[in-house]
Design a protein. Structure first.
Length: 405
């Protein structure tokens, strides 16, 4: 199993979150000496008078020129015997799908706010999305305290605004701390420039976060493809949960066929067993013709198979009940789908909730009933995220990201 914690960093545009992550990478020596030398070279080449730590994350030259994050970027930080996968997501409203993609696999979240500005609309939207995704561990970081002369009053003003906003959204922050990413204050250890802050540093708080391991133990193996090795067909995919052993009897849904495992194959050879989240090839005594991409092999409790899904969705584009051409993509499953009914919807700018209706707008968060053109497996997202989250597509473009509930 993975032994690191996934932490998403979200925040308004220009809140300094990429600088914050870059500085963490730099100060914890989670990047090589060559990367540090390259950073200095890039900064010199662009005429920067100070070190731009965000460049350790920003992948594209145009990002360096414009100084904002376009893509969802991931980086490992190793410190004090722990490993973190830090996920930097864009702050732009137009790039919410990137933010959702990055945040949907997170165990915890850091919401970065600029100390020199008031809490803005996008912060409210990000808090709502984090709650929407079921992320309970949210740390608020008030960055750029150097621009506020490290004054406690500036921090307390932002803290008061955040407390009120969190109450409105219905989410409880795990803490709120002041930092200066550019100057490295209160990141790895306490800052003498903010002696009034008697709480922990950022790294100390991150180290206290814990990943809640899922209690889901039944085997779920979404079939990705079938290859031929020699004369034998090999069913390949990644184990979503549980484990599989040679000679195990498996069943498949939605087809209902039964299979007996003959061998488990990985790059290094054959194995007697394998567990989530390993990618493996399975050989069977006999491979029924019904087995194809999108079938879910299982052992233990029967997965929920239905042509109706109750879900929470976040809309990236407007669509309505009965709109043709929608495709639901969940793990390796792709089936035609339609919006059957809207239970409730919320405008994530105003946080106003409405019930019923027939149409959804971009940036609406909604609870809906979906109909699919063929039976599909959709586990509850909070039980098994990889088989509980999905994308709704139209003309190969995403119109909504959803989570089975």
């Amino acid at each position: 199993m993975y032994n690191f914690l996934n932490i998403v960093f979200a925040g308004e545009v220009d809140s300094g979150k990429s600088t914050l992550l870059g500085r963490l990478l730099y100060d914890t020596d989670s990047v090589s000496i060559q990367a540090k030398e390259e950073l200095k070279k890039v900064c010199d080449g662009l005429g920067r008078q100070v070190m731009e730590y965000a460049y350790l994350l920003d992948s594209f030259q145009e990002e360096r020129a414009e100084e904002f994050t376009l893509d969802t970027t991931q980086a490992f930080v190793r410190a004090k015997g722990k490993e973190f996968l830090l996920i930097d997501v864009p702050g732009h409203k137009e790039l919410l799908k990137n933010m959702l993609t990055g945040a949907s696999c997170a165990d915890a979240a850091v919401l970065v706010i600029d100390a020199s500005r008031s809490v803005e609309e996008q912060t409210k939207r990000h808090l709502f999305i984090l709650k929407f995704l079921g992320i309970e561990g949210v740390l608020v970081v008030v960055n750029k305290m150097d621009l506020a002369a490290y004054k406690e009053e500036a921090f307390l003003k932002i803290k008061s605004e955040c407390d009120g906003l969190a109450k409105t959204v219905g989410i409880k922050a795990n803490g709120i701390i002041p930092v200066s990413a550019r100057e490295g204050e209160n990141l790895l250890k306490g800052s003498p420039k903010m002696a009034w802050h008697r709480g922990p540093s950022l790294l100390e708080v991150l180290g206290a976060f814990k990943s809640e391991e899922s209690a889901f133990s039944d085997l779920r193996f979404p079939v990705q493809d079938i290859y031929t090795a020699g004369k034998e067909p090999v069913v390949v995919g990644s184990i979503a949960s549980g484990s599989v052993g040679a000679s195990d009897i498996l069943r498949a849904v939605p087809s209902g066929v039964e299979l007996k495992v003959k061998a488990i194959r990985v790059l290094s050879g054959n194995r007697r067993s394998a567990s989530a989240p390993e990618a493996v090839g399975l050989l069977f005594q006999r491979l029924p013709k019904e087995i194809k991409r999108g079938e879910i092999l299982y052992k233990g409790a029967v997965p929920p198979v239905s042509s109706q899904i109750r879900a929470k969705i976040f809309c990236l584009k407007p669509f309505a009940e009965g709109d043709p051409g929608l495709i639901l993509s969940c793990s390796t499953q792709e089936v035609p789908a339609s919006l059957d009914s809207i239970v409730s919807r919320m405008d994530t700018s105003s946080l106003e909730t409405r019930y019923g209706g027939e149409c959804l707008a971009a940036c609406d968060a909604a609870e809906v009933i979906l109909r699919t053109g063929a039976p599909v497996v959709a586990e509850k997202y909070l039980s098994l995220p990889s088989l509980g989250r999905f994308i709704l597509l139209k003309d190969a473009q995403p119109v909504a990201i959803g989570f089975a509930c």
